[in-house]
Design a protein around this ligand. Structure first.
Ligand code: AMP
Length: 312
């Protein structure tokens, strides 16, 4: 089984209350791949410029990730994003977005990438997401992420892709922005009516919510005492979700399976936040992931007891 992901492969400049980095490896497809590679083979699709260092390509190759679908355009510049977080790490300000090589990129997937079992359309221009979706030979599960930037600038294209995927994985604020609905439950219902059979809302430090046609599931984020840089947590989460689904090739992808996938995504994403950039997830082990999934399971159980009616 394998996973294909298209999305940004980037250099990021990030400032948080705990420090800053002027130019570090980032990008939605990068974070996603590092997480998904814990579970299965993942093929990132996307271009980088001549400024992209070999050492960064090596990080992408962590756990044997094949990079044949990463196209190097020597005369171009790698996607660049700059953002800043305040004390509330759930909200950030985008200071700069430079598409660089992505502005003219026309993806041509390798046969292996087209044959994927799971396809994730990570955050990038919706037209590119659509082109990749069209090239794949009917993956078992497809999902899409996006962000305010694309909801504002390419809304119609984005809706075209949403209509064709199994799941939408989006921040709660972006779900509200997309639908114009204040209630997350109502917004999710509206998205389910567009075509996807599930919606996964990312709530940052408050966790994630899954809404499918069969139910509702919510999981808090892992209670971390040390938070440094949340950049990429959403993509790392999605990599854990998609990776878990790819690791269960015989299972029916129903509400129960997606709920467990959300737990794996939550566990992997929690590690991302502990250090700047990709460092922590690049050296993460599967045992560490399992340990936090088990903790999450323990933390979210409660006993349902009925209360005697004393004041009749
Ligand atoms: P996340 O924190 O999970 O939302 O993802 C952050 C990553 O998304 C960063 O590493 C950026 O390089 C990348 N990114 C930021 N803005 C965009 C955009 N408009 N399109 C694609 N990727 C982006």
């Amino acid at each position: 089984m394998s996973i294909t992901v298209v999305g940004s492969i980037a250099y990021d400049a990030v400032k948080t209350p705990f420090g800053e980095r002027e130019r570090m490896l980032g990008g939605a497809a990068t974070y996603f791949s590092l997480a998904a590679s814990l579970f299965d083979t993942v093929r990132p699709v996307g271009p980088v410029g001549g400024d992209f260092a070999d050492t960064e390509l090596e990080v992408l190759r962590t756990r044997g990730t094949p990079t044949d679908d990463v196209q190097i355009i020597p005369a171009g510049k790698t996607f660049f994003w700059a953002g800043e977080y305040g004390w509330d790490l759930n909200s950030r300000e985008t200071l700069d977005t430079q598409l660089g090589v992505f502005s003219e990129f026309e993806p041509q997937l390798s046969e292996a990438a087209r044959d994927c079992d799971v396809l994730f359309l990570a955050n990038i221009q919706p037209t590119l997401q659509l082109s990749v979706l069209d090239q794949c030979h009917g993956p078992r599960w497809t999902a899409l992420d996006s962000m305010n930037y694309w909801i504002d600038s390419a809304r119609d294209d984005l809706i075209n892709v949403i209509e064709r995927v199994d799941s939408l994985v989006l921040n709660d604020s972006e779900i509200r922005q997309l639908t114009g609905k204040a209630s997350l439950a109502a917004a999710a219902r509206e998205i389910l009516a567009m075509g996807p059979s599930s919606v996964i809302a990312k709530l940052g430090e408050y966790g994630a919510v899954l809404v499918s046609r069969d139910g509702f599931f919510a999981l808090p984020a892992y209670p971390l005492e040390r938070v440094v840089d949340p950049t990429g947590a959403g993509d790392t989460f999605a990599g854990g979700v998609a990776g878990f689904i790819a690791s269960q090739p015989e299972a029916k992808i129903d509400h129960g399976l997606l709920s467990t996938a959300v737990a794996y995504g939550t566990a992997v994403a929690s590690y991302d936040v502990e250090e700047f950039g990709t460092d922590r997830v690049a050296r993460l082990t599967f045992d560490e992931v399992q340990a936090r999934v088990a903790d999450l399971h323990r933390m979210t159980q409660f006993t349902h007891r009925s209360v005697q009616e004393t004041f009749a």
